[in-house]
Write a protein that binds this ligand. Structure first.
Ligand code: PLP
Length: 466
């Protein structure tokens, strides 16, 4: 079992230590059975009978989780895995962080359940103030909801209300959620749940993300921002007039699309278009925000971006009760008549958890450690780019990706091969058979031995898939 020496204490950051252990880590997963083991198999036989088939078939891993410790998932057969996903980014400080728990329980004891947009609570007001202080200067107001999907929908309503225009530009492949129409139509990352949804939601225009593995215009060449801006100009001439466009929804770093980040020049050009045409610039930071990319918000990675809206979710409450936020400028929110209520939105306990999570995030050394995680990922994964089948390694803080050719010489799907290899060797990572990359999105305070073990195992897996 995981020894005490490598267990991560709650919220304690294991400071940066470049080059201290140059290759190997001390940690090895306990492996008691092949994956899935017999107990997982029995439980999955039941789940295949009682869960929605679409969900059961899409389940990422073939085992059933028994419990988690800091950075480690243990399945019902006793096998261990480094948690390279942390609940899809929603558990940034590991399992049931003690500070988050205390803040959340205290607010719950005192305030109970409350829809703070109907009956205001100090927790909600404090959270709004705190988030505004962390956001770019253009952001002056805040609104809350429960999920990222709801927050994106709210943002689109605000964009349309503020401009009186209908069309939303989105840059993909990207994932903005999968509601019955709007956010599913805004998503284009190949996820089965979003496929075809755009047919049912008018007013969404997809533009290729300014950088991606392959150019959508010149097969075989890398994507580039100049082509994208030319295409956008074409769309504005032939498909929608600029004054029909309410604005742009864009992830500052395209996460589900393969972890790409646009250049400063692209942001300058997009910002100039927004100003020229009166578009609302909305940054979807559901995944990239709250420290994930090594800065409080990913927008901080560039100069001069002045968003009208910033959307947060996932890790906002530090693994506590769900909450999402829509941060807005005066332009969008000061005169707004819209309120984005949801029975479970704005819960004081969720707001308190988010406040405690911000306390952790803004502590000295925390973001430095996240950046160290990214540097370590590049140190271990970048050399693989010399392999013929590997096309790129990228890391923005603890958002890490390794891209490759999807098909192996023997015709097998490389993502499927890697996924099985990683599980057998005790790592849970994000592998999708339709995407030519493996992604890691661990807790922002993952113990460095576990992190190195995960990275070396990914490197071994990709090397042996050659
Ligand atoms: C960028 C982005 N936007 C929106 C969402 C939707 O958030 P939720 O799953 O909380 O509805 C996600 C979820 O992965 C996301 O990554």
């Amino acid at each position: 079992m995981l020894g005490d020496d490598v267990q991560m204490l709650s919220s304690v950051v294991d400071g940066p230590s470049f080059g201290e252990f140059d290759s190997d880590s001390f940690w090895r997963p306990v492996k008691l059975t092949p994956v899935p083991g017999p107990v997982s198999r029995r439980m999955r036989a039941v789940s295949s009978r009682c869960l929605n088939a679409g969900t059961d078939q899409q389940t990422l891993v073939p085992f059933v989780q028994d419990h988690k410790r800091q950075g480690v998932i243990v399945d019902v057969d006793g096998n261990e895995y480094v948690d390279g996903i942390c609940a899809w980014g929603a558990e940034p400080w590991g399992v049931a962080d003690l500070e988050i728990r205390a803040a959340m329980m205290n607010a719950w004891d005192v305030q109970g359940a409350q829809l703070s947009c109907s009956i205001l609570t100090p927790e909600a007001i404090r959270l709004a103030e705190r988030l505004i202080a962390l956001a770019p200067a253009s952001i002056t107001r805040a609104e809350f909801s429960v999920t990222g999907t709801q927050a994106v929908e709210s943002a689109v309503r605000l964009m349309r209300a503020a401009t009186g225009r209908g069309v939303i530009l989105v840059f993909g492949p990207v994932y903005h959620g999968e509601s019955t129409s709007l956010t599913a139509a805004m998503s284009s990352d190949g996820a089965r749940s979003s496929r075809g949804a755009h047919v049912f939601a008018p007013g969404i225009v997809h533009i290729p993300y300014p950088c991606q593995a392959g150019s959508p215009f010149r097969p075989g060449e890398p994507g580039n921002a100049e082509d994208v801006l030319h295409y956008l100009a074409w769309v504005l001439e032939h498909q929608v007039a600029p004054d029909q466009v309410a604005g742009v929804v864009i992830e500052p770093v395209a996460t589900e699309g393969g972890v790409f980040a646009p250049s400063q020049e692209f942001w300058n050009s997009l910002g100039a278009l927004c100003v020229k045409h009166g578009w609302v610039l909305c940054l979807d930071e559901v995944q990239t925000g709250m420290g994930r990319c090594g800065s409080v918000l990913a927008v901080d990675l560039w100069e001069g971006i002045e968003p009208d809206l910033v959307i947060l979710g996932k890790g906002l409450s530090g693994g506590g009760m769900p909450i999402s936020a829509i941060l807005g400028s005066d332009r969008v929110m000061a005169g707004s008549q819209l309120s984005q209520g949801s029975t479970f939105g704005w819960q004081p306990a969720a707001c308190a958890a988010a406040l405690a999570s911000i306390d952790i995030l803004t502590r000295p050394g925390v973001l430095e450690y996240v950046r160290w995680m990214g540097g370590e990922a590049l140190r271990i994964l970048s050399p693989l780019v010399s392999l013929d089948h590997v096309v790129g390694a990228r890391a923005f803080g603890a958002e890490v990706v390794l891209g490759y050719q999807l098909l192996m010489p023997n015709g097998l799907n490389r993502s499927v091969f890697l996924h099985e290899y990683l599980l057998e060797h005790g790592v849970v990572a994000m592998c999708d058979e339709e995407k030519p990359f493996v992604r890691l999105q661990p807790a922002l305070n993952l113990n460095r031995d576990l992190w190195r073990y995960a990275l070396h195992t990914v490197a071994d897996a990709v090397t042996s898939s050659g």
